[in-house]
Design a protein. Structure first.
Ligand code: GLN
Length: 469
């Protein structure tokens, strides 16, 4: 059975650490049940899928890879997950990620996800003992990306706030699609940065991305930030018109940063040459002058929203609660401090602290308001190139170099990643973006690139992706 094969693969390659928790028994049971009932003709019917562990599934653990939520069972199911279930998807497990989706290594409280491309010896069983030979899978949705790339399942759900779908998709060598902000419901997805968060999928082909997105997109009364317009299904490969109009693709000079390795730059240029030769594409160099400031704006705005979102983790309503209490002496603040110190990682605490600092009355104008201006600048940059330069989409890198080993990553301290420069723009502006695998690097790691399209031109972006990939 499909579910049985997925479970076998997940168990066999446990070393990749793609799951935070599984629902194998329930999945097998569901498979049996639905094969008898066969309720609909969805292309997703009966397919095993994985969901990132920041989406709620009723009565199952939703940990966000944090000790804070290690024992938290969701009291309800997120809209998107419910729609997948209604289409006949069978959830096999929850995928590993960076703690609360902050980061680019998918390394939270339950250890790191390993990149499937560095798995040379199948005798490896434990990620902890092989950190010098295993590499980072990207993040924060690395468990979903690795599981799809390694063929454990064909579709997995993730979330993209600053690149968390596109980054691990590029690192692991699969497709990752972040739709326009407002198309997919965020109800039941643990909030990181509400104004940037977008759910989205991983798959090994674009049709699967579309099947999954079509199944879940569209209005939801429970999410007021969603577009109220009814969603029109995206077309799959056989529904697209065969007529080929010439596509104009923008190459943003400002994404050609000096941290981009020559090999990754060459891969980008080679694809441009290859596509130019077909005669179906015109390439235009374009300027997005706010790009150098986009990481700073993302850092500040995301930290501010994180600081207010994380206030709910006080260890009282739910989640981890310190046992180390001195009943005669400890105040509410003392208990709160101990609870958070013991259960939240350094990156999470760092961002909460930074966010509260930026939000101080005397700093608010200097940081928060100024960053909102930069955000507006980034949005206008995109608008200008799409409207004035008349380009259909942008082609850009996703990461700058091959992944480092888990051991190397452990030594590095990164509260924010430099590679975010390639991905955060689409989130600041709410644009659709899709990362796709191009080729392998000389060391044998997948190199991915991304297409970024105008707001709500998701269909056009997907159609272009079909032609290019
Ligand atoms: N690298 C980004 C960050 O650390 C990714 C966040 C995301 O998309 N969830 O904030």
């Amino acid at each position: 059975s499909a579910v049985r094969s997925a479970i076998n693969a997940l168990q066999h390659y446990k070393v990749l650490n793609t799951l935070t928790n599984d629902c194998f028994d329930k999945a097998l049971e569901t498979e049996q049940q639905i094969s008898i009932e066969k309720k609909n003709n969805s292309p997703l019917y009966g397919r095993p899928i994985l969901i990132k562990d920041n989406f709620c599934l009723r009565d199952t653990l939703t940990t966000c890879a944090s000790k804070m939520l290690a024992n938290f069972r969701a009291p309800y199911t997120s809209t998107i997950v419910q729609r997948l279930i209604d289409h006949g998807c069978i959830i096999v497990g929850k995928t590993n990620m960076d703690e609360f989706a902050m980061g680019v290594a998918s390394w939270g409280a339950f250890g790191p996800v390993a990149n499937p491309w560095s798995l040379t010896k199948t005798t490896m069983t434990n990620v902890e003992n092989n950190k010098t030979v295993l590499h980072v899978a990207g993040g924060s949705s690395g468990g979903s990306a690795a599981a799809v790339a390694a063929n454990f399942v064909s579709i997995a759900l993730g979330s993209d706030t600053g690149g968390s779908i596109r980054n691990p998709a590029a690192r692991c060598g699969c497709y990752g699609f972040k739709p326009s902000y407002g198309l997919l419901s965020r109800l039941g997805m643990v909030a990181l940065v509400n104004s940037f968060d977008s759910p989205g999928f991983f798959a090994r082909n674009i049709d699967d991305l579309i099947f999954a997105t079509n199944a879940v997109a569209g209005p939801d009364d429970e999410d007021a930030t969603l577009l109220s317009k009814p969603f029109e299904n995206f077309k799959t490969s056989n529904e697209l018109s065969k007529e080929k109009k010439k596509i104009i693709i923008g190459l943003p000079d400002d994404y050609d940063v000096n941290t981009l390795s020559s090999e990754y730059r060459l891969c980008w240029q080679d694809l441009v040459h290859r596509l130019t030769e077909t005669g179906e594409y015109t390439f235009k160099r374009v300027q997005l002058p706010y790009t150098p400031y986009s990481n700073a704006a993302y850092t500040i705005l995301s930290s501010c929203e994180i600081a207010s979102n994380m206030a709910r983790y006080d260890g009282i309503k739910y989640g981890y609660h310190t046992k180390n209490i001195d009943k005669n002496k400890d105040t509410y603040e003392d208990i709160l401090k101990k609870t958070r110190d013991e259960s939240l990682g350094e990156r999470v605490r760092g961002r909460i602290l930074a966010g509260n600092y930026y939000l101080l009355e005397e700093n608010y104008d200097k940081y928060f308001v100024q960053s909102q201006r930069v955000r507006r600048g980034v949005m206008n940059d995109y608008k200008k190139v799409f409207e004035e330069d008349k380009i259909d989409c942008l082609l850009a890198p996703v990461v700058s170099n091959d992944p480092i080993t888990l051991a190397e990553y452990e030594q590095a301290d990164d509260i924010f990643s430099e590679d975010d420069i390639f991905t955060v723009g689409a989130n600041l502006a709410g644009l659709p973006a899709l990362s796709f695998p191009v080729r392998l690097s000389s060391k044998g790691f997948p190199i991915g690139l991304q297409l970024i399209g105008p707001f709500l031109k998701d269909q056009e972006l997907l159609s272009t992706a079909y032609r290019i990939c």
